[in-house]
Design a binder for this molecule. Structure first.
Ligand code: C2E
Ligand code: CA
Ligand code: CA
Length: 493
């Protein structure tokens, strides 16, 4: 590759469309191009920070080529002022300008020689770093964030807000607290396909928008695998309705085994037999289905298929005592949901008391609405379970407001360190409280004998987990129940 340095060219034939095109050029093509000529000065500098603007960024990239050697990789570090639009709305645009300029000044003073700083948008800075990988980009991000964080003094005169001290006050500067969000991404020019510069910057922005990716130092690094799963989620959500119609969904069943006496129950868990991707588990498509509202169609299919299977089972000797079906919390917001369940029970002849509807506390909905829907479901005679207890905020408040028949204790408690006395005390307390209310308790995710012993000693009523069985197809479930019954009888007999 030839190296090119940024040379100021006479302005002559620069057009906006060229700029747009440059945004989408693969980086390796972009960097070997000579700078675009004919740029109007207004395009090149951001008037507030005095920094090169985003347009300059796309034009100046040839200059990003290192002074010596080849450009092998390029990293983008994006710095955003958190809640910047809200800050402008609260204090006015003049205060916003002061804050932007102040942050830009702080970053400018610590920028390394050879790195390039741009103002990409109000409240957003981009640093391009030649020959820097993800790890170093993260370190640069941490350093810049550290240097630029902290309250900024804004002249009182620039603040238009009823909260600002009156003009007569002695001080004429008002400190404004600023938080910075930082995301980073790097690309190797040998990568195939080489991303464009706008894609590289876009990746750093995507990382920044995902607090989950931000490590202890608050800098988020773009994670290609994370993004691939999200991209796949978008695509899968688009195919989900077809999947229901084309019969690509399957149910598997996991036994819920009584710790002492009683019948085995079984929970229906959905799988998607995707024509290209193979058998998909719910974590690969449920989150996106929830986000896009397509979960309702999926849950409707699951409920009908599970109930039809149960009615068939109940005519046989080795049927589960009850079946459990997951309902997305958003179902509870649909005022027709309880009536739909009631109609399905009537149509299929399903015994209501043998149907348990599980509602997760992972994505909680408005408590009053949920409570109303749960009461209506219980009025039909079906049982309601609160799933994944301990994963949501304020579980106690939820338990108080929602009258449920069954509570499933999340596996994070069940699989906790057995020497962790606090964890054990919490589970013990939950079980005792729930049992005093007549609620059935289920421990989820029991994988080892010692977890089984612990949960049984703590008084949990039922056990679910890989120790007893993986989720199974319907036929194998009936066979598993038959085998389990025989084993229990042998032990007792
Ligand atoms: P969940 O309702 O908590 O279901 C239990 C999950 O834990 C299942 O994962 C099961 O395979 C897994 N599991 C069971 N025993 C063990 C164990 O011992 N160790 C570990 N590590 N895991 C265990 P699965 O089938 O992948 O389902 C994941 C989640 O997807 C479910 O969690 C549920 O929230 C959701 N889901 C599944 N089917 C449906 C459905 O039909 N509708 C809705 N809305 N959500 C569903
Ligand atoms: Ca469940
Ligand atoms: Ca669960």
């Amino acid at each position: 590759m030839t190296t090119t340095t940024w040379v100021q060219q006479p302005h002559s034939r620069f057009g906006f469309s060229q700029l747009i095109e440059r945004r989408h050029l693969p980086l390796d093509e972009l960097v070997v191009q000579p700078p675009i000529q004919g740029v109007s000065p207004g395009l090149v500098r951001d008037p507030v920070t005095g920094l090169p603007s985003v347009d300059a960024m796309y034009m100046a990239v040839p200059g990003v080529v290192p002074r010596e050697g080849r450009l092998e990789s390029l990293a983008a570090v994006v710095i955003q002022i958190e809640h910047f639009p809200e800050l402008v709305a609260a204090f006015g645009p003049a205060a916003g300008d002061v804050v932007c300029a102040g942050i830009a000044d702080r970053v400018r003073t610590v920028i390394r020689r050879g790195d390039y700083l741009f103002c990409a948008a109000p409240g957003e800075l981009v640093v391009l770093c030649p020959n820097v990988d993800d790890e170093v980009a993260a370190q640069i991000g941490v350093r810049l964030r550290h240097a630029a964080t902290g309250p900024l003094e804004v002249p009182q005169a620039a603040i238009e807000s009823p909260l600002a001290p009156p003009p007569s006050a002695t001080q004429d500067m008002v400190p404004v607290g600023i938080q910075l969000l930082v995301g980073a991404s790097s690309a190797r020019l040998a990568e195939a396909p080489v991303p464009s510069l706008s894609r590289l910057v876009g990746r750093a922005r995507t990382a920044l928008a995902h607090p989950r990716l931000a490590g202890v130092d608050g800098v988020a690094v773009y994670d290609a695998e994370h993004q691939r799963r999200r991209d796949q989620g978008f695509v899968l959500a688009g195919q989900l309705l077809d999947a229901v119609e084309l019969g690509q969904l399957r149910l598997v069943w996991q036994p819920i085994v009584p710790a002492r006496r009683g019948e085995v129950w079984a929970e229906a868990l959905v799988r998607w037999d995707h024509p290209e991707l193979g058998l998909l588990t719910p974590d690969q498509f449920i989150p996106e289905a929830e986000r896009t509202g397509l979960i309702a169609a999926l849950d409707r299919w699951v409920m009908r298929t599970a109930v039809e299977q149960a009615v068939e089972w109940f005519a046989e000797p080795d049927a589960p005592g009850a079946i459990s079906v997951n309902a997305s919390p958003s179902e509870l917001l649909d005022p027709d949901y309880p009536a739909r369940v009631g109609a399905l029970l009537a149509e299929t002849g399903m015994e209501p008391s043998r149907l348990i509807i599980e509602i997760t506390e992972r994505n909680p909905v408005d408590l009053a609405t949920a409570a109303r829907a749960i009461d209506q479901l219980r009025a039909l005679g079906v049982l309601v379970a609160l799933d994944d207890l301990g994963t949501g905020d304020s579980s106690t408040e939820r338990l108080r407001a929602l009258h449920v028949d069954v509570v499933k204790i999340d596996r994070s408690y069940v699989q906790g360190d057995p020497a962790d006395r606090r964890n054990l005390a919490i589970v013990k307390g939950m079980v005792a409280t729930l049992q005093s209310l007549g609620t059935v308790t289920v421990a989820e995710g029991v994988e080892t004998l010692s977890q089984l012993d612990t949960m049984t000693e703590l008084g949990v009523d039922r056990i679910q987990g890989f120790l007893w069985s993986l989720p199974l197809p319907a036929d194998d479930t009936a066979a598993w129940i038959a085998g389990h019954k025989a084993a229990v009888q042998r032990r007792r007999g």
